[in-house]
Design a protein around this ligand. Structure first.
Ligand SMILES: Cc1cc2nc3c(=O)[nH]c(=O)nc-3n(C[C@H](O)[C@H](O)[C@H](O)COP(=O)(O)O)c2cc1C
Length: 337
């Protein structure tokens, strides 16, 4: 039996309990990244909403992934309500048509889509930031739950809970396997997740700092330079916060939120949308490399990432370190009076 066998490695048919979460905010989680994570022994998810304007591109990327790997990979469908029912229908149609090996949903309740997903008969995990949402998704039939803490990059949830609290709590609340994410980048993280009762470590930011991730080199460099205490928690005033590396733009947003509240920030976002085409699909500052006026939704763990490396090296190092840590802890002798 593999040292790292869990119900999640069994569910997806992968070697290591390591998941690269779906990421949008520009073109980020593409075929190259998902295939590289799969080839390294974990599972990577592409993110449908990054092709919100043209699902044909998602279809191309799914085909490309199949050319790059014969290992499992998945597509994340972030259930943002800004997209209409027909768009989601089409996304799920393409996932089914191309027999994508795994599905991840996130951001909103998957209730409306449960039957559609279950009929495809592929492993399905749902990601949440709140315990009650995870309990609900498990009841609805999700094969696994991912719980993330507010350390994470992207949309970490309005409760602002810590991974070390919601991780074990989620494990205790559901019978299905749980992946835990938000703030992990290495083998100590994987060992900690297993110690919390999680069955896979779930990461996004770490995989952005890889050779295979297509974000702009300037953004990768910015991640290396960023300290753990140099991210901002923006858009809390409108109840859908984003954690992002501190830039002039995130500071401006915080200032508007503080001085003008939700109404002011909605107006400002509208202006950005009109003037700069700010959206969750298509290229963003993550792709153009604007590290001053851009929003770079990367997690706190940027502060622990010092190198851009190939995905295979990242995964191999995580696995080797976790094994060492677990063996060391198991061999530890406690002094007794
Ligand atoms: C740049 C970026 C964009 C993300 N976009 C999405 C998204 O569109 N949908 C989603 O479900 N999660 C998204 N996430 C969250 C990740 O899938 C994952 O939950 C998170 O990165 C884990 O925490 P970590 O960043 O500390 O590793 C994003 C994360 C990052 C870093």
């Amino acid at each position: 039996m593999s040292f790292f066998k869990t119900r999640i490695t069994e569910l997806f048919g992968i070697e290591y309990p390591i998941i690269q979460g779906g990421m949008a905010a520009g073109l980020i989680s593409t075929s190259e990244l998902a295939a590289a994570v799969g080839n390294a022994g974990g599972i990577g998810f592409m993110c449908a909403i990054q092709w919100a304007d043209d699902l044909g591109k998602m279809e191309d990327e799914i085909k490309k992934t199949k050319d790059l790997t014969d290992k499992p990979f998945g597509v994340n469908v972030t259930l943002f309500t800004e997209l209409d029912q027909a768009w989601f229908e089409r996304a799920f149609d393409l996932i089914e048509k191309h027999k994508v090996p795994a599905i991840e949903t996130s951001a909103r309740s998957p209730e409306k889509w449960v039957k559609r997903i279950k009929d495809m008969g592929v492993p399905w995990i749902h990601k949440v930031a709140r315990i009650k949402d995870g309990v609900k998704a498990a009841k609805l039939g999700a094969d696994g739950i991912t719980i993330i803490g507010s350390e994470e990059g992207g949309h970490p949830g309005a409760e602002r809970s810590a991974t070390s609290v919601v991780g074990p709590l989620m494990v205790d609340m559901v019978d299905v396997p749980v992946a835990i994410g938000g703030g992990f980048c290495d083998g100590r993280g994987l060992a900690a997740v297993l110690a919390m009762g999680g069955e896979a470590v779930y990461m996004g930011t770490r995989f952005c700092a890889s050779d295979e991730c297509i974000i702009h080199p300037k953004v990768k460099q910015k991640m290396i330079e960023t300290n753990y205490n140099e991210t901002d928690y923006i858009l809390m005033s409108i109840g859908d916060p984003v954690r992002a590396i501190r830039t002039e733009r995130t500071q401006k947003i915080l200032e508007i939120e503080q001085n003008e509240g939700a109404a002011g920030i909605i107006q400002y976002l509208q202006k950005l949308h009109e003037e700069e085409g700010l959206s969750f699909s298509g290229p963003t500052a993550m792709n153009t490399g604007d590290t001053v006026q851009g929003i770079l939704p990367l997690g706190m763990v940027s502060g622990r990432i010092n190198k851009i490396e190939p995905v295979k090296k990242i995964v191999d190092d995580i696995v080797a370190e976790a094994e060492t840590v677990i063996n060391k802890l198991s061999a530890r002798k406690y002094w007794k009076a």
